[in-house]
Ligand binder design. Structure first.
Ligand code: C2E
Ligand code: MG
Ligand code: MG
Ligand code: MG
Length: 292
């Protein structure tokens, strides 16, 4: 056997390929260390109802506080762990820490649901819903409905039956689901009917250019129209300006998240932001227009 493997290795030997594998392996080892050394951080980005100004929740977003390279964003390290067991390790870390944060805020009177991004590999492990059940048991003070799981439209599609079954079991536990990056997958509209989701998140790539790109505007319009027809709440991601906000409200979408409202921030900055937000006159004016 060993001999055969040796021969195969020889057969496929390619020094540059070998080096790439080595680099990947080292990056993954390093990420595992990051989890163990407590180098990961969760940042939180507020989600608001533009019509009332109410803050409806926050999304937890992973960062890596690398001792040499500084604060790394997901795009800088998620690709190296994609489709490896580390993705599940990360997911478990994020869930546990989001729950601790929920508990902490709750003790201080801040009652905001937290959304957590769940990778496809994580959602589709066999005992995912049991893990969620145990997570909730470990944090009995947190209401299950305060936890929202964000699943990519494409993720659920790998194995639609398994995904639907898992999502249904989690919902029985009281946990909510959001479908993330909606519009980027195939045949989105049929999925809308099938997926038991409580929130549809319109992908930021369409929102960003909706005011200048007619195709993107058409997608945003259609998603909002369909979501309203199916009576599913929807949220627009990537709301960077008041013009975006006005256009979205005009189309019938009130929930929003984006740099124009707030950038993702560390947990300790959130209470201060919550104090400041109601005083922002530009957004208050927008809310008033809606009420009038
Ligand atoms: P996502 O879940 O769609 O999260 C939204 C991303 O858009 C975040 O990027 C956020 O910072 C960014 N964003 C928010 N508002 C604006 C805006 O107005 N303009 C622009 N240009 N960008 C905006 P981030 O934090 O870099 O995360 C990127 C992606 O990485 C996330 O996309 C999500 O798919 C993934 N991710 C983040 N945290 C986690 C995690 O804990 N676990 C997993 N599995 N994936 C994560
Ligand atoms: Mg998300
Ligand atoms: Mg998204
Ligand atoms: Mg995204």
């Amino acid at each position: 056997r060993a001999k055969q493997r040796g021969r195969n290795t020889y057969h496929f030997f390619d020094p540059s390929h070998d080096r790439q594998l080595q680099v990947r392996f080292e990056q993954r080892q390093r990420f595992l260390e990051a989890i163990r050394n407590d180098e990961l951080r969760l940042f939180y980005q507020p989600q608001v109802d533009m019509g009332s100004g109410r803050v409806v929740g926050v999304e937890a977003l992973i960062r890596w506080q690398h001792p040499e390279e500084g604060l790394l964003s997901p795009a800088q390290f998620l690709p190296t762990i994609e489709a490896t067991p580390l993705e599940v390790d990360l997911g478990e870390w994020v869930l546990e820490h989001a729950m601790r944060q929920l508990e902490n805020w709750q003790e201080r009177g801040i009652m905001l649901p937290v959304s957590v991004n769940i990778s496809p590999a994580h959602l589709l492990i066999e005992d995912f819903s049991d893990r969620i059940a145990r997570l909730l048991e470990r944090h009995p003070k947190v209401l299950p409905a305060m936890l929202k799981l964000e699943v990519l439209e494409t993720a659920a599609m790998h194995d639609i039956q398994a995904a639907l079954a898992t999502m249904a079991r989690c919902q029985q536990l009281g946990v909510n689901f959001a479908i993330d990056d909606f519009g980027t997958g195939f045949s989105s509209l049929t999925h809308l009917r099938q997926l038991p989701v409580d929130l549809i998140k319109i992908d930021q790539s369409f929102v960003r250019d909706m005011l200048s790109d007619r195709d993107d505007m058409a997608i945003v319009e259609s998603v909002i129209y369909m979501a309203n027809r199916f009576q599913r709440p929807m949220l627009a991601e990537g709301v960077e300006t008041l013009d975006h906000a006005k256009a979205l409200m005009g189309l019938g979408c009130r929930l929003a998240q984006g740099y124009g409202i707030a950038r993702p921030m560390s947990a300790d900055l959130l209470p201060e932001w919550l104090q400041r937000w109601p005083k922002r006159s530009d957004w208050r004016a927008l809310a008033r227009e809606e009420v009038d």
